[in-house]
Design a protein around this ligand. Sequence first.
Ligand code: HEC
Ligand SMILES: [Ca+2]
Ligand SMILES: [Ca+2]
Length: 132
Amino acid sequence: MRQLSAILFSCVFVVAGVTVAGATTVHMQSLPNSSQFRCLNCHTVQDPVSSAQAGLNPFGAAFRDNGFKWDATLAAMRSDSDACTNGFELGDENGDGQKDGGVTAERSNPGQSDCTLQINAQAWSELKKLFR
Ligand code: HEC
Ligand SMILES: [Ca+2]
Ligand SMILES: [Ca+2]
C-alpha cells in the first residue's frame, strides 16, 4: 500500500510538472517572435523553473493584464517605457500575430527599456523639415 501511494504521488508530480512547462511554452508561442530573448521577453530571468523565480518584467505583466494574449492593444503599448512600441520590438507592429516582412526575430526586448529606433524615409523627411 505504501508503495502504491508512492507511485501515485510521483504520477501526480510528473503531471503537474508537465502542466507548468506546457503553460509557459504556450505563452511564449503566443508571441509573434521569441527566438532571440525567449523567456526574457516576459520574465526577469531566463528559464525560470518555479513561480518564485518567474518574476515578470513590465511587458510580461502587461501580457498577463491583457488576458494572456498578443493583440493590437498590447502591440500599441510601450510597456517598458522606451521609444518603441511592443509591436515594433516584437516585429509585429499591428499585433495581428503575423511577423512583419523580413523579420525573423525580435528587434529588441519589449520588457527591457531600450530599443533601436529605426528611422524610415517618411520620418526622416519630417525630421528634416524641422531644420529648414
Ligand atoms: C509572453 C510572455 C511569457 C513568456 C515568453 C514566458 N512566460 Fe512564463 N509566465 C508568463 C506569465 C504572464 C506568467 C503568469 C504569472 C502570473 O500568473 O502572475 C508566467 C508564469 C511562469 C511560471 C510560474 C508557474 C506558472 O506556470 O504559472 C514559470 C515557471 C514560467 N512562467 C516559466 C517560463 C519559462 C521557462 C519561459 C521560457 C521558456 C517562459 N515562462 C516564457 C509569461 C510568459
Ligand atoms: Ca518598448
Ligand atoms: Ca525595449
